[in-house]
Design a protein around this ligand. Structure first.
Ligand SMILES: Nc1ncnc2c1ncn2[C@@H]1O[C@H](COP(=O)(O)OP(=O)(O)O)[C@@H](O)[C@H]1O
Ligand SMILES: CC(=O)OP(=O)(O)O
Ligand SMILES: [Mg+2]
Length: 403
């Protein structure tokens, strides 16, 4: 029988998340992560899903991505699922920035690596980590197809009117300054799953997807194709995020340089790592923020209000972009779990046909579900994202096609 397993790697700046899937029945064999890479207290957590075994956790220094992938390989081997298995068909990698070039999943070779490297200046937090993950995986299994699945691909259908910034065209083109969008794998998966939840074909439905994780983005999807999204040249634009500012007047940057005496690198760090919820109230975890609000903490409450205000603006904007909206969908860590965020985001939007049913919104767990009241004009839904499954499916389809 031909190999049917796919290992999916999502390498972040300080973490690696992985899943091993069997594409014959779309089952998950193992999942895990290595966090706080490069620190003394790195965490390796591995769950052997196939055997139904207990999650194993250990802390201790994991030096770099190289060591992180080796730790992952050891954990998998301990379950008899080692990387040397002949059942492994391919390794699928999440790559955050694929520019305009990569509209589809792509088998990785040297020219592809070079292009991902060329895009580092527009994804400084993500692409270097993705590259290290790919190179390490290639060294571990040089014989295996390695496939890149890009966050940007789903957004390459955006019309020029949404993708271009209103700046001098020549300068923009020379430096490839335009809006690329990210989290595309999630927006694609969730918009499709929403159509399924509504019992309709993806081509028939218009959906606003709100991917609210640590990074957060909104997208407007018309008939299965992305027509606008909130992230831009880099994953900094748009919504208020865990540590990123999202939208602001670009003149803030000149002001901080000229008046605040800050360097470009310092401002980059400020806006990407010390802003958003963490900058506003010191916490980026929505659970902690809600807990503080319940205790009467005014700073946490203001941070929440700013987060919601921005979210509401994007719902309104994408409503206007789409003209007709069939569903507004919440996904990712905050979107799937934080009922108060969902409630606040659509509060007052009854005029647009949007409302949540308090009981449905408060219900926990489960898969894709409606939270709007019975008979609502526009569906409001929670749809758990599954970027790993989407990456595995795209990887497996591509490798199968090439064999
Ligand atoms: N039960 C919960 N209630 C509220 N927020 C939650 C809950 N679980 C997770 N979150 C939020 O989800 C975030 C992580 O989302 P996730 O999609 O996993 O992010 P990423 O993939 O960007 O790391 C956390 O920072 C936290 O704010
Ligand atoms: C592109 C992006 O923001 O990714 P993440 O949410 O994983 O940081
Ligand atoms: Mg995520």
């Amino acid at each position: 029988m031909s190999p049917s397993r796919v290992l999916v790697l999502n390498s972040g700046s300080s973490s690696v998340k992985y899943q091993l899937l069997d594409m014959r029945d779309s089952s998950r064999l193992a999942a895990g992560l290595v966090e706080r890479i490069g620190e003394r207290t790195s965490l390796v957590r591995h769950t052997p899903l196939a055997s139904g075994g207990e999650t194993r956790e250990r802390t201790g220094p994991v030096d770099g991505h190289d060591a992180a992938l080796k730790a992952m390989a050891e954990e998998l081997a301990a379950d008899g699922l080692g990387l040397d298995s002949p059942e492994l068909a391919a390794i699928g990698h999440r790559v955050v920035h694929g520019g305009m070039h990569f509209t589809e999943p792509t088998v990785i070779d040297e020219p592809v690596l070079a292009e991902i490297e060329r895009l580092i200046p527009v994804a400084p937090l993500h692409n270097p980590a993705n590259l290290t993950g790919i190179r390490t995986a290639m060294a571990l299994r040089p014989d295996l197809p390695q496939v890149a699945v890009f966050d940007t691909s789903f957004h390459t259908t955006m019309p020029e009117s949404a993708a271009r910034y209103a700046i001098d065209v020549k300068t923009a083109d020379e430096h490839r300054v335009r809006r690329y969008g990210f989290h595309g794998t999630s927006h694609a998966y969730v918009s499709r799953a929403t159509a399924e939840l509504l019992g309709r074909a993806p081509e028939e439905v218009n959906v606003i997807v709100l991917h609210l994780g640590n990074g957060a983005s909104a997208s407007a999807v018309r008939g299965g194709r992305c027509v606008d999204t909130s992230m831009g040249l880099t994953p900094l634009e748009g919504l208020v995020m865990g540590t990123r500012s999202g939208d602001m007047d670009p003149a803030v940057i000149f002001h901080l340089m000229r008046v605040g005496g800050m360097s470009a690198d310092e401002i980059d760090t400020l806006l990407n790592k010390k802003s958003g919820l963490v900058g506003l109230c010191g916490d980026n975890d929505m659970r902690e923020i809600r807990r503080r609000i319940d205790e009467g903490d005014a700073r946490a409450e203001l941070a929440f209000d700013i987060y919601i205000h921005r979210l509401k603006k994007y719902i309104g904007a994408y409503y206007a972009v789409l003209g007709r909206v069939d569903a507004v969908v919440f996904t990712a860590g905050v979107g799937e779990n934080a009922a108060p965020v969902r409630e606040a985001a659509v509060a007052g939007l009854e005029g647009l046909g949007l409302a949540v049913d308090a009981g449905r919104n408060a219900a926990r767990g489960g898969g894709a579900r409606l939270i709007s009241p019975e008979g609502a004009r526009v569906a409001v839904a929670v749809v758990p994202t599954d970027e790993e499954m989407e990456i595995a499916q795209q990887t497996y389809a591509l490798v199968g096609k090439n064999n």
